[in-house]
Structure formats: structure tokens, C-alpha cells
Design a binder for this molecule. Structure first.
Ligand code: AN7
Length: 391
């Protein structure tokens, strides 16, 4: 069953529907009497948690089961007790979007849809393209022209999506996609589609399964605000099923130039979209997060917070995570570490608590950002002499 988060109206799951008639966001209601307690720390993959996932079909590329690292070096340097990274870049197409797409594309098949569409800052398009290739259906992706990382564009192209660049940003693209899905009968797989979040909530299941306990805090980047909502839903389901007895705080980080949620939160005022979002972290260059109401609830209910970080802080954190821990993530993902560092400096977090940072996408998706900011030395003659000289 689907339920409106605003008015509570319910709809069956077998109709194509993205919003309530009142305009509210929908969420899938899971029967928690039927879920299985499989949290034994073993054989972790997304589909291990199938009793929580509301589809029967399974279009899969073996997503989930991503590594959870203890940041031994960084926790010492930052004088914190317990720091972890859950590295979602290790998914099949290199981002957490694969969790949403394995479920979303499976749902498309169950509904008998043979065309799917999304707007994307890059990762969603790469993932949708891959899963629809696997499913043998057609995919259309609309991306902001010139503002999508090279690796993501290459992925969408090679997996065989119809890639359409638009003159505008993600928010403009999403507006067109919502209209197109309605008019053209194409199934929309942006994160307003509640089935996407049913896949992404498994990040919460895996964190608990891998750690064996619930961390005090989960920190992650926020763009369209689907993932923070999904992870919170996952933890709440574990709680309501009686598998855990406490919940983490959800801490969402936005890039300063695209931070409508963090601004509203910090200034204690109504949410207002950002007209001209801008950031080096193109994945989260989003001014009007479609899921903002779900995300706001997640932060409020969990006792968490929303913060923003500058592009400079993001790039510094990206370098730090790679050079101290061997984990290369894209700029948007590094905003979780940048946010942690900023909150620590502002004494807004407790160094003795446990923190899990979600790094959402692989660093190789956006190699330009590294290369453009680094000057290689001049090439040397192929001799030991010449090599010794540069040393
Ligand atoms: C690496 O691909 O919105 O807050 O169109 O690629 O759930 O939107 C990407 C989002 C964080 C933000 N990190 O997650 C898209 C898109 C990375 C991302 C986010 C995205 P949401």
C-alpha cells in the first residue's frame, strides 16, 4: 500500500502513481509483521533484506554489500572516538543509486512499463541506464548541459540510454520529466517515486548488520533529499519491527551554493527553493529538493541537523579521505566528511559518539576535478639519473 505523508490517503501499489491527489509525497507501507530478522552480519547484499522490499521481480547487478570502513587514521587526527565510512561507490555503477534502481526498475517491469525516464545530475542517469539495459527496456535521461561529471555521462551513453542534455539545471530537467512521464506514459524513476527509496533504505539495514549496533549519528550529502529520507525509513522499520532499540541522528550536508534545506534549518524559517544552485559538487547541484518534506521530518524526528559546507571544504575533505584512508569519493560524497569536520570545529557534535559517514559515489566518476587542480611535473628523460634529479 502507498500512503500520503501529508493527508494519510492510501492507494494500491499496482497503479502508476507518484504523488497523492493532494500533491503530497507518497511512501510505501511495509507489513512489519512479515519481515525476517536476518541481521547476523553475514553474506550482506541488498536482496538479503527481501522481506522488507515490496517487489517480487528482481532486476539485479549484485548491488549492496558495500564496505564499511573504520577510519583509524582520521579519527585519531580529528580526535574522535569512532568514525566509519560506508562506501557506496562500491556499487555496480559506482553510486548508491543502484539500490534504488534495482527495486525501481523491477517495479517498472511488474507494472508492465517498457520505457523509463529520469532527470539527473549524473549518477541517477548512469544507474537507470544500466538497470534498464539489464531489464531490456528503453531509458531516457535528461541532464543539465555541461554540468554532469565526465564519467557519469560516459556511463549513461555506453549503457545505451537516450541522453538528452537540457539548457537548465536539475530542477528544470525534473519539471520536464514529471510532465513527460504523465503525457508520454513513461515510468519515472526519480526519487519522488517511492519505490526508489525502498531500495535505498537498505543502507540502514547494512549499517546495522555490519556494525552489530546502531551508530549515534549518520552523516550524508543531501541533494534531492531522497537518500536521507530512505535511510531514516530503514532505521525506523528496524525499530518498529523490534530489531533495534534506539535510532541514530540523521545529519544532512548540502553544498553552500545549493543549500536551501540547510539554510531554512539554520535560520529557523520556511523552506524556500534556491533559484540558481551552484557548486563544484555537481551531483548535489539542486535548488529545489523534491523530497524536502520527507527529509525535514527525518532530521526533526531523529534529533539531527542540516549543515552546509563550501566548495573549498568539500575538496579538502575529498583529498583528506583519499590520502589518509585510501578512499576516493566524488566531491558530493566528500561533503559528509567536510560536514563532520565543520560541525566538530563549531562544537556542534560530540567527539565521543559514533559516526557513520555515507560516501555516495565513486571518485573516478569525476576525474577532471582532481586533474584540473594538480600540476604534474615536466616529463623526464627515461634514465635513473633524471629520476634521481626530481627526487
Ligand atoms: C554522489 O543523480 O540527484 O539527496 O540525479 O549523486 O538522495 O538526491 C544525485 C544525487 C549525493 C544526493 N551524492 O542524494 C542524480 C542525483 C551523490 C549523488 C546525492 C546524489 P539525494
Amino acid at each position: 500500500m502507498l500512503r500520503c505523508i501529508e493527508c494519510g490517503r492510501e492507494y494500491p501499489e499496482d497503479e502508476v502513481r507518484y504523488r497523492c491527489d493532494c500533491g503530497g509525497l507518497l511512501e510505501v507501507v511495509i507489513d512489519l509483521d512479515k519481515v525476517e530478522n536476518v541481521f547476523d552480519g553475514k553474506n550482506i547484499t541488498l536482496w538479503k533484506y527481501k522481506s522488507f522490499i515490496p517487489v517480487e521481480k528482481r532486476v539485479s547487478l549484485n548491488e549492496g554489500g558495500t564496505p564499511l570502513y573504520r577510519l583509524e587514521n582520521l579519527q585519531k587526527e580529528l580526535e574522535m572516538r569512532e568514525l566509519y565510512v560506508k562506501n557506496e561507490g562500491a556499487n555496480p555503477t559506482g553510486s548508491f543509486k543502484d539500490r534504488g534502481m534495482t527495486v525501481g526498475v523491477s517495479k517498472a517491469l511488474e507494472l508492465g512499463m517498457d520505457k523509463v525516464i529520469c532527470a539527473s545530475t549524473g549518477n541517477t542517469s548512469a544507474s537507470l541506464a544500466a538497470y534498464s539495459a539489464k531489464a531490456g527496456i528503453r531509458s531516457y535521461v535528461l541532464v543539465p548541459s555541461g554540468k554532469i561529471a565526465l564519467g557519469k555521462l560516459a556511463q549513461a551513453i555506453v549503457y545505451g540510454a537516450k541522453v538528452v542534455p537540457i539548457r537548465g539545471n536539475f530542477d528544470d530537467a525534473l519539471r520536464v520529466v514529471v510532465e513527460a512521464s504523465r503525457e508520454l506514459g513513461v515510468y519515472m524513476l526519480n526519487s519522488i517515486n517511492p519505490f526508489r527509496l525502498e531500495g535505498q533504505k537498505t543502507i540502514a539495514f547494512e549499517v546495522f548488520d555490519q556494525l552489530g549496533f546502531v551508530p549515534n549519528n549518520v552523516i550524508l550529502p543531501v541533494g534531492n533529499a531522497g537518500n536521507i529520507s530512505a535511510i531514516w525509513k530503514g532505521f525506523k522499520e528496524l525499530y518498529e519491527a523490534g530489531f533495534i532499540d534506539k535510532l541514530p541522528r540523521m545529519i544532512g550536508i548540502q553544498a553552500e551554493g545549493a543549500s536551501p534545506l540547510a539554510k531554512a534549518w539554520k535560520e529557523r524559517r520556511e523552506f524556500k527553493p534556491e533559484e540558481k544552485p551552484e557548486t563544484v559538487a555537481t551531483a548535489i547541484r539542486i535548488g529545489n529538493p523534491a523530497n524536502w518534506k520527507k527529509a525535514w521530518k527525518a532530521v526533526e524526528e531523529s534529533g539531527g541537523s542540516l549543515e552546509s559546507v563550501s566548495d573549498e571544504e568539500i575538496l579538502k575533505a575529498q583529498k583528506l579521505l583519499a590520502s589518509k584512508e585510501g578512499i576516493f569519493v566524488e566531491p558530493a560524497s566528500a561533503s559528509s566528511l567536510a560536514g563532520l569536520i565543520k560541525l566538530k570545529e563549531l562544537s556542534l557534535i560530540e567527539p565521543d559518539e559514533s559516526y557513520v559517514l555515507i560516501t555516495t559515489g565513486h571518485g573516478l566518476k569525476d576525474p577532471n576535478i582532481i586533474i584540473e587542480n594538480f600540476k604534474l611535473p615536466e616529463p623526464i628523460e627515461p634514465s635513473l639519473e633524471a629520476f634521481k634529479e626530481v627526487l
